[in-house]
Design a protein around this ligand. Structure first.
Ligand code: CU
Length: 175
């Protein structure tokens, strides 16, 4: 009995020491890894997160999301925008488009009128003045490329398929 207790007393510090040793090594490694990551990430931070490009590749999915909610382009120069529906759901229940609205357009009011314009693929003919550019309505796997030029400013874009504009919208910023 006494021998066992002595063994325990002897073994415990050993265990602690070896455990502490391991932890120290690990935390040093972690620190090194963290430092490396920070160093590698630095150049990206100095690069503007918003890339200005007049060639825009946008996707839309079954979760009713665009791949970008902010698009930066050069004002006064032709923009080539491609929208691809990367989803798989049937077109009747999940189709997408990209409608670039003129400045000052009420997005909600536009969407309300667009959702009943089924015969024209949810592009309301009566509101053509509010539309600067738009793609076709796309079913799964379909894509459409459009070109347009906009003056400097911030414009809203939406998907006008019924119920989509609330989660499928964004800003196109021309500078
Ligand atoms: Cu949509």
């Amino acid at each position: 009995m006494r021998k066992l207790m002595m063994y325990a007393a002897f073994a415990a510090p050993l265990f602690l020491a070896s455990c502490g040793g391991n932890q120290k090594t690990e935390s040093t490694e972690n620190q090194a890894a963290t430092t490396d990551t920070t160093a590698a990430a630095l150049p990206e931070v100095t690069t503007p997160a918003a890339t200005v490009s007049n060639t825009v590749d946008l996707t839309a999915n079954d979760q009713m999301k665009y791949s970008m909610n902010e698009i930066h382009v050069k004002a006064g120069e032709k923009v080539t925008l491609t929208l691809k529906n990367v989803g798989t759901m049937p077109k009747a229940s999940m189709a997408h488009n990209f409608i670039l609205l003129s400045g000052g357009t009420d997005k909600e009011a536009f969407a309300m009128k667009a959702m009943v314009a089924k015969t024209t693929d949810y592009i309301p003919a009566a509101l053509s003045k509010s539309i600067m550019a738009h793609t076709k309505l796309l079913g799964p796997g379909e894509s459409d490329t459009i070109t347009f030029t906009v003056p400097a400013g911030t414009y809203e874009f939406i998907c006008s398929f019924p119920g989509h504009y609330a989660s499928m919208n964004g800003k196109l910023i021309a500078e």
